[in-house]
Design a protein around this ligand. Structure first.
Ligand code: PLP
Length: 231
């Protein structure tokens, strides 16, 4: 199946899932995770109508962004302090902010560029070895970020453990509840302009579980870019 056909199929399924749960499909952005493919495949994807791309390595994000500067590039990988300068300003959204130290560094870099960098905070779903802020530490992190004037926290991101759709659904449901709780806590604390509307959750295997739970962004790699991924 061609990339164009695979993407059309995924778009259709996103639409059907939105219809089934009473959501507007325009609320759900499909991010094409291009981390394993080259510039040719990105060009094909653009021709197929994809304009949001996800990358997990700063050097690749920089290379692809600079080749396709009119597309939107999302950074979804582990943050390493030294490489943040390749990401800030190029990424329309950093999905994987996990520490206050990195938030402060992003804030300084963004200030230097005269921009406000949009970010999501990655939440750990309870797996001991994965990155992400623990739910019970999230409020303090959000309060600290609200004092940095060159980053804007737009919502939350998580990765579900692979293998069980039921567990994935529970992870996504938890993230939405956590978001709702945090949103009202921030409002009660008088944080101006707090708006955690984005929920970045769901990948090739589980994006159809994420949509009924409120995902506003699904990050789909193999199902779009891999010939042999069974749709
Ligand atoms: C690779 C990756 C994806 C896409 O995974 P697929 O299973 O290929 O859809 C999504 N999110 C993150 C953070 C990733 O690293």
């Amino acid at each position: 199946m061609s990339l164009e056909k695979r993407y059309a199929r995924i778009e259709q399924e996103v639409h059907a899932s939105c219809d089934a749960c009473g959501r507007d499909a325009r609320e759900v952005k499909i991010i094409g995770v291009s981390k394993t493919v080259g510039l040719d495949a990105v060009a094909q994807a653009v021709a197929a109508g994809i304009h949001d791309f996800g990358e997990n390595r700063p050097d690749e994000l920089a290379r692809k962004h600079d080749a396709f500067p009119d597309e939107r590039w999302h950074f979804i990988g582990n943050i390493q302090s030294r490489q943040l300068s390749s990401v800030v300003g190029r990424a329309c959204l950093i999905h994987s902010l996990c520490t206050l130290r990195h938030a402060e560094k992003i804030d300084r870099l963004a200030e230097g560029l005269g921009i406000v960098q949009d970010v999501l905070i990655e939440v750990n779903d309870g797996e001991p070895n994965k990155q992400g802020v623990q739910p019970d530490e999230l409020y303090d992190m959000l309060m600290a970020c609200s004092k940095l004037s060159h980053i804007r926290v737009c919502g939350l991101m998580t990765m579900a453990v692979r293998g069980s759709l039921e567990d994935a659904r529970a992870t996504f449901c938890d993230l939405r509840i956590l978001r709702d709780t945090m949103q009202s806590k921030l409002e009660r604390s008088g944080v101006q302009g707090a708006d955690l509307h984005e929920l970045s959750m769901g990948m090739s295997e589980d994006y159809l579980e994420a949509i009924p739970q409120g995902a506003t962004m699904v990050r789909v790699g193999r199902a779009i870019f891999s010939d042999d991924y069974a749709l």
